[in-house]
Design a binder for this molecule. Structure first.
Ligand SMILES: [Zn+2]
Length: 159
């Protein structure tokens, strides 16, 4: 997939609306290295931030549900802000690392950007801790232990 001129025009307009110059520069710098998927995610994230009332569902990228995921040997918790509905990253030591779709979390997000990848990462966490990665309940049913996820939370991944 390649980025079209109209996507680029839309993105530059959105970046121009950002109130802080630093934020604009940060997005433009990230664009220099961004591929087409990253451009789509950035358009979606900026629309959500700047125009929360617009319906951006059709082009919305996959966002994994709240829960704890093992990625690259470290676990990260995703939390959804009640007010903005933005999904935030919290590191294993409790530090907020900003929105999942923020450019600085790009490498983490690429490990979780499909339901299959997110499911694998939540199962990896469960195998290490014995707890469901989504709701943190201790897994006791042998089937759930083997699957690495409880039946209710498995539904969140459409399984
Ligand atoms: Zn669960």
């Amino acid at each position: 997939m390649t980025t079209t001129t109209s996507q680029m025009t839309e993105l530059l307009k959105l970046i121009d609306e950002l109130p802080s110059v630093d934020e604009r520069i940060e997005r433009l710098e990230y664009l220099l290295t961004a591929d087409a998927d990253a451009v789509n995610v950035m358009i979606w994230a900026l629309k959500t931030q700047l125009h929360p009332s617009t319906d951006v569902t059709p082009s919305a990228p996959y966002i994994p549900p709240a829960g704890t995921y093992l990625v690259g040997g470290a676990h990260f918790t995703l939390k959804v802000s009640k007010s903005s509905k933005v999904t935030y990253v919290v590191s294993h030591n409790g530090f907020y690392q900003g929105a999942l779709t923020h450019p600085k979390n790009a490498s983490l997000y690429t490990e979780l950007d499909t339901a299959a990848k997110a499911h694998a990462a939540v199962v990896a966490y469960a195998k290490v801790t014995g707890k469901c990665g989504v709701c943190h309940t201790k897994l006791t049913d042998p089937k759930s232990i083997a699957a690495g996820i409880g039946p209710v939370c498995a539904k969140k991944y459409g399984m």
